[in-house]
Design a protein around this ligand. Structure first.
Ligand code: RRO
Length: 347
């Protein structure tokens, strides 16, 4: 719950399954360094270790998060559609039992690390079925809680088109989180001549700096493809305020950081927040809306390519909404930073 005391703007649970599970064998999470700390990343095959949905919507957790004053997002990653529906029922019941404690649900359709389970967000027929089933969940609909979907990385334009079309067709979805780790990666340790992590023959999801160019492309690409009603939470390589700035420039409403939180702890949110504010001030921006989604095409005549800061925005300054961050309860998980500007207003 330490993130609750940081500059994090929200608290995000570890993706929950219906029942508690301990995850894959250790070691299952390692730091990756390339070149003097310029690209810091991670590989993991945690296999969804978590305390089970009952814990994440228990009075104890709901009260504890409420005491932080931050919005609470419950992340779900059921091992089947039936499990996801059962968990949505439990979230809806908790929201009814304790109003104003759960701000939103993130449905994680992209965990790459469950042995024998394909990544739902990479199987578009399965993803369509899951979204249909979730949209038809009466109790969850009645809860009015915003629903987000965490997507996988896509490496072919038509795949991104297809994912966006499925999201646009599902009116219940009000935000997407892009993207999960790059699945099916292998890191080899020369000294031991073995894989760096144990599960799944060493295959796992890579995140951190290695993921950033891919995440930027996903945010920029999806911002063009998704209906305006769908917000985008950018995730992948957010280590500095500049990383957050770039994702927001590509169209993110909020950003998440997982590897950096794992390496630095919740104080990273204060540092990233400070760095982002300083960068914004240096460029004359007073609020995120001043630059969100304003990524320019490369143009050699653009004076910005010579490094000139933009003049202060002509608009009257408005208070800069504090960046939000989210924290995983129980286990290492995806963390969110920067849940902004009504992301969790009613769908
Ligand atoms: O627990 C994991 O192995 C895990 C999850 Br749920 C996820 O969404 N992404 C990831 O890289 N690992």
């Amino acid at each position: 719950m330490n993130a609750g005391k940081s500059a994090a703007g929200a608290v995000l649970s570890k993706s929950a399954t219906l029942l508690p599970q301990s995850g894959n064998p250790m070691p299952r999470l390692k730091k990756l360094d390339v070149g003097a700390g310029r690209a810091v990343g991670s590989i993991n095959s945690e296999g969804l270790p978590n305390n089970g949905i009952e814990y994440y919507v228990s009075d104890e957790v709901l009260d504890a998060v409420k005491a932080t004053g931050k919005p609470y997002i419950v992340s779900l990653s059921g091992l089947s559609t039936a499990d996801n529906l059962a968990m949505l029922g439990k979230v809806a019941a908790a929201a009814a039992r304790k109003p104003n404690t759960i701000a939103a649900v993130e449905l994680n359709l992209a965990c790459p690390n469950i042995p024998g389970k394909p990544t739902v967000a990479l199987d578009f027929d399965q993803m369509a079925d899951v979204l249909d089933a979730v949209a038809g969940h009466a109790a969850f609909r009645a809860s009015g809680l915003p629903l987000g979907v965490k997507l996988a990385p896509y490496f072919d334009g038509p795949h991104l088109d297809r994912a966006a079309a499925l999201i646009n067709a599902c009116e219940r979805v009000s935000f997407v989180v892009t993207m999960n780790t790059i699945g099916n990666c292998l890191v080899v340790d020369t000294a031991t001549e073995a894989s760096l992590i144990a599960p799944k023959g060493g295959f796992g999801g890579v995140g951190g700096g290695f993921a950033k160019p891919i995440a930027l492309a996903h945010v920029a690409g999806l911002r063009k493809l998704l209906d305006a009603r769908v917000d985008i939470v950018g995730v992948g390589g957010v280590r500095t305020g500049e990383d957050a700035f770039q994702l927001i420039l590509c169209g993110a409403t909020a950003v998440q950081s997982a590897t950096t939180h794992w390496l630095e702890g919740p104080k990273c949110f204060n540092r990233i927040d400070d760095e982002l504010r300083a960068l914004m001030a240096s460029r004359g921006y007073t609020k995120l809306a001043d630059f969100r989604g304003n990524l320019r095409a490369y143009d050699k005549k653009n004076p910005k390519h010579k490094g000139g800061p933009k003049a202060a925005a002509a608009a009257a300054p408005t208070p800069y909404a504090p960046l939000a961050a989210a924290f995983a309860l129980g286990c290492l998980a995806t963390l969110a930073l920067g849940l902004l500007d009504g992301l969790f207003s009613s769908p």
